[in-house]
Design a protein around this ligand. Sequence first.
Ligand SMILES: NC(=O)c1ccc[n+]([C@@H]2O[C@H](COP(=O)([O-])OP(=O)(O)OC[C@H]3O[C@@H](n4cnc5c(N)ncnc54)[C@H](OP(=O)(O)O)[C@@H]3O)[C@@H](O)[C@H]2O)c1
Length: 287
Amino acid sequence: MEIAVLGAGRVGTALAVLWSRAGHRIVAVAGGPETRERAATHLPGVPVLGPAEAAQDSEVVVIATPDAMIAEVCERIARAGSIHPGSSVAHVSGATGLDALDAATSIGATTFSIHPLQTIPSVEAGVDRIPGAGFAVTATSEEGEMLGDRLAEDAGGQPFRLADDMKALYHSAGVFASNYLVTITAIAQQIEAEAGVNDSGEYLATLQDATLENIRRVGAADALTGPAVRGDAATVERNLEALAERVPEAVPSYVALAELTAGIAARSGRLPAEGRQAVQEILTRWR
Ligand SMILES: NC(=O)c1ccc[n+]([C@@H]2O[C@H](COP(=O)([O-])OP(=O)(O)OC[C@H]3O[C@@H](n4cnc5c(N)ncnc54)[C@H](OP(=O)(O)O)[C@@H]3O)[C@@H](O)[C@H]2O)c1
């Protein structure tokens, strides 16, 4: 297929590289001031044009700008006459609905979104890690779904269906699984430094690797260990007292996560009612 990528940043460029490896032709890319250099490095020979010109000669237009710019870029190419009823227009945002592509839908173009459920801090990381990732495909037509599936698969991804009105909810799961994992890790490193354990990054990463491996092997509920799932109220209280003294900003999140942990453990039958009650009494006091 002939594909234009409007917003060839980290994700757009990585997808363009993977699609061209799969035999598609990237006809042009567009973007801001840094896009030219990125394209020269990763997509040699691909012209960098304005959005309307880049979209002009392509079968599929993929908008990979920051979320807030998607609708504006789509309106711009629709107004310029760069897309028509036979065109296909997609975006790659997880939390943004298809309404951001209304300008294209209203002129009869096929619209859809494809979201790689992956963390992509650089083009290189995207090229490495998008293959194998899940891809949420959202479309209101069969044609959009088929095209979304094909583009996801050609980037090496594993497509699954996501309803348009569920996108924000779906995306919040990724925020927990990836972004907050990073936040929790940063706090854990800070706490270890307070405890006099410097350079804890490597030790904590080894612990986390084993935890992720356990989750993959036995599932989240059975992979739980630690004081909340054991009903060990005394240790929960000791943790909280120590945190209150040295890292007080971590207390509210410890309490909130301990409550969720005890709930998961109780529902999976691993934490008897009296253990949960003992833990909850402590947590209620520290809320
Ligand atoms: N990064 C992730 O982990 C990740 C994962 C999945 C999905 N996504 C989604 O992927 C999309 C892009 O995210 P990203 O992380 O790749 O962002 P990014 O690296 O900041 O890239 C954004 C691209 O859009 C360009 N751009 C900025 N403003 C523009 C405008 N007004 N008109 C045209 N182009 C403009 C930028 O140009 P310059 O760089 O030249 O300024 C750049 O080429 C978003 O929808 C995001 O939700 C991101």
